[in-house]
Design a protein around this ligand. Structure first.
Ligand SMILES: [Fe+2]
Length: 292
């Protein structure tokens, strides 16, 4: 197994090693996204998210260019397996004044391509290295996980940073969040392309994609947003389990990994230091129940 796959299996995320699109395409890409952002703000919609498919033919073509790249396809075939399903990609804005997002984990098998549209150093997305190795999904139960603490927590996590055009692959099981933007003038823009393996059986995602499947004329994007159905189940059994599904199973071997042990130490220290917050929350809950 080459360095790229070893790295994502060890850390939960890995930076791409090549350039996916030419500078002139990248400039057009950010220009089109800025235009959509202006339109969105004019309508007084302050959401940090913006769906991109079906808004503009040229933009659809650029999205296709990114994800049809051989390097991306090869990586996705290993990470999520063949015939993967794509959730309609979203541009995510971290604008001045944005309060950030607490740590969380997403669905089983979900694996992302995260593309930086603007230079981000330091980045706005943070991830806890090797946290995907921790069994189950507990990030939302941590005593130290809150929006108010996210910038403090970021000192102990990894920043998804780089130049515009850089990109990462990552398992959405990795504990991740968004820092509050205290920069004052800098807006960070990233594009999130979430992918699901066949075996995750997410026909509900196709339903969420329907609007975008109908809006776009781009057949490549349309096909990627549809769940592929196998008639021959034997075909499916013989296929290798993709890495994004393998990581769901805890392996005792992980305890030998230095980066996972480091993560466990951080996790335990934080739980001890922030234990009073946990107690306070329990009291608040009891009080709330009494009053209601
Ligand atoms: Fe997420």
């Amino acid at each position: 197994m080459n360095f790229f796959y070893k790295k994502i299996l060890s850390d939960g995320f890995v930076k791409g090693e090549i350039s996916l699109i030419e500078t002139k395409d990248l400039d057009r890409f950010s220009h089109l996204i800025y235009n959509l952002r202006v339109e969105q703000l004019k309508k007084n919609k302050k959401s940090p998210f913006l769906k991109l498919v079906g808004r503009n033919q040229e933009l659809d073509l650029l999205l296709e260019k990114l994800i049809s790249n051989k390097y991306v396809q090869d990586a996705l075939n290993v990470l999520v397996g063949k015939d993967y399903l794509m959730m309609a990609p979203t541009a995510r804005f971290s604008s001045p004044g944005d309060k950030g997002l607490e740590l969380h984990q997403d669905a089983i098998g979900e694996t992302g391509l995260l593309f930086l549209v603007t230079n981000q150093n330091p980045g706005s997305t943070i991830m806890f290295k090797s946290s995907h190795k921790f069994p189950g999904r507990i990030a939302n139960k941590l005593s130290w996980n809150s929006k108010k603490l996210i910038n403090f927590i970021s000192f102990f996590s990894s920043s998804i940073n780089g130049k515009k055009g850089d990109f990462y692959f990552w398992f959405h099981k990795t504990w991740h969040g968004r820092k509050a933007n205290l920069d004052g003038d800098k807006e960070h823009i990233s594009i999130f392309f979430p992918f699901f393996p066949q075996s995750a059986n997410r026909s509900d995602i196709e339903k969420k994609n329907v609007d975008y499947i109908n809006k776009t004329n781009n057949t490549y994007l349309k096909e990627l947003m549809k769940q592929k159905v196998f008639s021959n189940s034997d075909n499916r059994k013989s296929e290798e389990i993709p890495l994004s599904m393998k990581i769901e199973k805890f392996s005792i071997k992980d305890l030998m990994s230095k980066s996972f042990l480091l993560f466990l130490i951080k996790f335990l220290i934080f739980e001890i230091v922030f234990f009073p917050i946990r107690i306070l929350r329990i009291f608040k809950k009891i009080n709330h129940k009494k009053n209601s």
